[in-house]
Design a protein around this ligand. Structure first.
Ligand code: SF4
Length: 375
């Protein structure tokens, strides 16, 4: 599985060989959160790379600026930035995805010394007015990039970028769909490696790699020796090792509702009509994050539809400590999935993997409870 190995290796580090070769010829922009329309950056021939903090083991530098009540992903990514681990970035785009990210960006702005910085206001409700505001914001980001990097982002380039991103989304959805059958050819941790690595690979190359991977999987023997089919939902999660812990105990992750998962590729951008408007539509109306007000029913519906389609036995809700949005959502999910008779496991975590033995005990008990239901 040569191609799968490439993805797994690339997911283990914030940089990779594609970034290195791109650096020789062009600019690289880091971005926080899947509400940032990457297509605009890519249409400028700039490589968008999603900010991860893979490899962070402590936060002594960041703790000088952010309290321990801040999300540990935000603290870890700041730690990596202050430690010059993002030396390959020419700029960063952040947004008001949550107050932790917003606060983190305030520090990046003044303490990280990255040349280009832009902050995108993303509405938290979906209506015509919000759509208009977001359309304006995306247009503003485009102009800001054109001005700072002295480039012209033509409508043709935007359409081309939207087209290649949609092609990649279709391939990711095809790969995701292979996990519906009884013996999925790719495990949950492997799938997360693919998606995580994908956010730092140029989309034209990624398209070729995903086609290669799909071909490689055809002859692969599927995963059949598992105890339960699980779906994982909740906060920011970019660590395949976290999922591997659950899978080593027999809980195969066959589906998710994560931003480093199906929520990254589920929705396509309309290719007819005004590209900026179509980007605003897609990025505002995509499968909703818990930050979106008034969208709880849509989040539950997405999970319940997936539970049916992927024949899921139980839902694992992982949430980052102090993550307000997903903390609140977890409370409602627990009650509603219980009412629907769906086994539910809530796990609190930090960005840096810890408390693994306690986690194993919880997962073990959860799997036993699912097996007991079958008796
Ligand atoms: S995990 Fe929660 S608190 Fe952390 S960045 Fe994401 S939404 Fe914000």
């Amino acid at each position: 599985m040569k191609t799968l190995q490439l993805f797994i290796e690339a997911s283990h580090s914030i940089s990779n060989s594609w970034i290195d070769s791109w650096k020789d010829k062009g600019y690289i922009l880091g971005y926080f959160c899947t509400h940032v329309p990457e297509e605009v950056v890519y249409a400028a021939d700039i490589l968008p790379v999603r900010i991860r903090a893979t490899g962070c083991s402590e936060t002594s530098l960041a703790d000088a600026y952010l309290s321990s009540f801040n999300c540990s992903f935000v603290r870890c990514s700041l730690e990596m930035a202050l430690g010059k681990k993002y030396h390959f970035l020419d700029g960063v785009v952040s947004c008001n995805s949550c107050d932790h990210i917003r606060r983190g960006y305030d520090v990046w702005k003044h303490k990280v010394g990255i040349p280009y910085k832009h902050f995108l206001q993303v509405p938290r409700i979906i209506n015509d007015e919000a759509l208009g505001t977001f359309r304006h914001e995306i247009g503003g980001m485009k102009e800001s990039l054109e001005e700072y990097f002295n480039i012209d982002i033509s409508e043709e380039k935007l359409r081309e970028s939207i087209n290649v991103y949609n092609d990649v989304r279709k391939l990711m959805k095809e790969l995701y769909g292979t996990r519906k059958n009884g013996s999925p050819k790719i495990s949950g941790s492997e799938f997360m490696s693919v998606i995580t690595a994908s956010t730092a690979i140029p989309k034209h190359q990624l398209k070729l790699l995903l086609n290669q991977l799909l071909n490689e999987l055809v002859d692969r023997e599927g995963h059949s020796n598992y105890r339960a089919r699980l779906m994982i939902v909740g906060s920011f999660l970019d660590d395949p090792n976290y999922i591997q812990i659950i899978e080593n105990l027999g809980g195969l992750i066959v589906a998710d509702a994560l931003c480093y998962g199906s929520r990254y590729f589920w929705d396509l951008v309309e290719e007819k009509g005004d590209p900026i408007n179509n980007l605003a539509e897609r990025y505002l109306k995509k499968v909703p994050c818990a930050r979106m007000i008034g969208e709880h029913d849509n989040r539950i519906k997405y999970v319940m539809d997936t539970v049916k389609e992927f024949d899921v036995d139980g839902v694992v809700f992982q949430r980052m400590k102090f993550c307000d949005f997903w903390g609140g959502e977890c409370f409602m999910f627990r009650r509603e999935l219980k009412e629907r008779g769906i086994p539910f496991l809530e796990l609190e975590r930090e960005y840096i993997l810890s408390g693994v033995e306690a986690m194993k005990t919880r997962v073990q008990a959860f799997l036993e409870s699912i097996e007991a239901r079958r008796l």
